[in-house]
Design a protein around this ligand. Structure first.
Ligand SMILES: Nc1ccn([C@@H]2O[C@H](COP(=O)(O)O)[C@@H](O)[C@H]2O)c(=O)n1
Ligand SMILES: C[C@@]1(CO)OP(=O)(O)OP(=O)(O)OC[C@H]1O
Length: 163
């Protein structure tokens, strides 16, 4: 008898802060952060949502964000991370998987994520159609995140084959 096992996936995303002469709004964890410096990218550069989507694709063995939403696709310019995450979840489900959960670790000095964690988790979970949890850590001012050059996010996901 062959066991039907769940599958785990991993995803990473990094975005640099936008240059001062080309300011952008900050979208992170599906939320708009008023008064915070925005991130550079083709889409809205929401590293938390992108890492979550990468982890879902990884778990399902379906490549990654670039496989499905390349930067050569004008329709994804400034696209919301939640839109990409919802589309990733749809693609994974259409490939025959249920989604157990997604866990994201955000690494940055700013913004302070904790006060808006519940709000972000609700928005991301709605987009994925499954529980998405987000934790945050600084790097004690070390490295590119510590110097506030950008943010990093690392995610895991669990999916299971539907019968
Ligand atoms: N961008 C961040 C980073 C961290 N937090 C919260 O602060 C706690 C302490 O961070 P350390 O890096 O010093 O471990 C962390 O556990 C988070 O709860 C945050 O909200 N936003
Ligand atoms: C999301 C896409 C497409 O708009 O562009 P970016 O916003 O630059 O983000 P990245 O995390 O580098 O993933 C690549 C692309 O799929």
């Amino acid at each position: 008898m062959t066991a039907v096992l769940p599958r785990t996936g991993i995803g990473v995303d990094v975005h640099a802060f936008a240059p001062e002469d080309k300011p952008r709004p900050l979208w992170l964890g599906g939320l708009l952060w008023e008064g915070e410096r925005g991130l550079a990218g083709h889409s809205d550069a929401d590293a938390v949502a992108h890492a979550a989507a990468n982890a879902l694709f990884s778990a399902a063995g379906l490549g990654d964000l670039g496989t499905h939403f390349g930067t050569d696709r004008p329709e994804y310019a400034s696209a919301r991370g939640t839109v990409l995450l919802a589309e990733a979840a749809r693609i994974v489900r259409d490939a025959g998987f249920g989604i157990g959960n997604v866990a994201v670790q955000l690494v940055c000095q700013r913004p302070r994520f904790g006060p808006r964690r519940a709000e972000a988790e609700a928005v991301l979970s709605e987009a994925a159609g499954a529980p998405v949890s987000v934790s945050a850590a600084t790097t004690d001012h070390l490295g590119f995140t510590g110097r506030r050059e950008g943010v990093a996010a690392i995610a895991t996901a669990l999916v299971y084959p539907l019968a």
